[in-house]
Design a protein around this ligand. Structure first.
Ligand code: NAD
Length: 259
């Protein structure tokens, strides 16, 4: 591969889009996954080209469908002559106590936040092994390290992602493939905004007041983690200085898990 190829799942919004933009700025071929209208996706691909991507393409695979996830990887690898970088980022949240947690929501959260990481990584590892180089970065969460009430499916999936990261890192320790996780604290994306809206509805407070309370409750820094900073961390983990970093979790949580 003359030009590096990175595939970012869930890159039509939030953290995934910021990661795709960061990698595009290095002139890579960028494949993105994620939901969106045709117009939204065309705009996002154009914006990635403006950011510096060599080429930017989208695959509409539903991350709940294992066959579609694996086919997305193989199609993208075929298009660009391999796949050097895989960012497993797509994710959803559902908030409810375990006794009331809807079964379909449990299944969706586990399928998108954990099983899709397994399927995409398994398919990508074949292409990376053939090239003897690869970077797999899984966007876990502080909830891969600690729990919060009412987030059973998310917490279980994100802990699972960290276990999968360590296992794959060991399986590939002797090759040129590294596998790491990133654990952000609160990042103000649509996934978190829906939780802020629900809290504001319940409390009668403004969205900004609830956003400040949400952050103050967990993050000693008192500020959100920036999506662009997660993009910069991904760039670092993909660079040559990170060749010996594998099986780790990079925590970007303003001190949340240090308490
Ligand atoms: P987001 O809602 O802004 O983006 C989620 C992305 O996943 C979108 O592109 C969406 O289209 C895609 N997606 C959702 N369901 C899909 C499906 N069935 N098939 C294909 N794509 C699908 O969320 P975000 O906050 O940017 O989250 C990105 C990742 O970061 C998630 O894994 C999330 O758990 C993790 N994370 C987020 C935060 C935060 O505070 N926002 C903190 C820690 C970790």
């Amino acid at each position: 591969m003359d030009v590096k190829h990175a595939l970012v799942t869930g890159a039509t919004s939030g953290i995934g889009l910021a990661i795709a933009r960061a990698l595009a700025s290095e002139g890579m071929n960028i494949s993105i996954g994620g939901l969106g209208t045709d117009d939204e996706i065309a705009d996002i691909c154009n914006s990635l080209m403006v950011a510096g991507a060599h080429m930017a393409t989208h695959d509409p695979a539903d991350m709940r469908d294992p066959k579609a996830v694996r086919a997305m990887i193989d199609k993208a690898a075929k298009r660009f002559g391999g796949i050097g970088i895989l960012i497993n980022n797509a994710g959803i949240q559902h908030v409810a106590p375990v006794a009331e947690f809807p079964i379909d929501k449990w299944d969706d959260v586990l399928a998108i936040n954990l099983s899709a990481v397994f399927h995409a990584s398994a398919a990508a590892a074949v292409h990376m092994t053939a090239a003897d180089w690869g970077r797999i970065i899984n966007i876990s969460s502080v909830h891969g390290l600690v729990a919060s009430p009412d987030k059973a499916a998310y917490v279980a999936a994100k802990h699972g992602v960290i276990g999968l990261t360590k296992t794959m890192a060991l399986e590939h320790a002797r090759g040129g493939i590294t596998v790491n996780a990133i654990c952000p604290g609160w990042v103000r994306t649509p996934l978190v905004e829906q939780q802020i809206v629900a809290r504001a509805k319940a409390s009668g407070k403004s969205l900004d007041e609830e956003a400040s309370l949400l952050v103050a409750d967990k993050m000693p820094s008192g500020t959100f983690t920036e999506a662009d900073d997660v993009g910069a961390a991904v760039q670092f983990l993909c660079g040559s200085a990170s060749a010996s970093i594998t099986g780790t979790s990079l925590i970007m949580d303003g001190g949340w898990t240090a308490q």
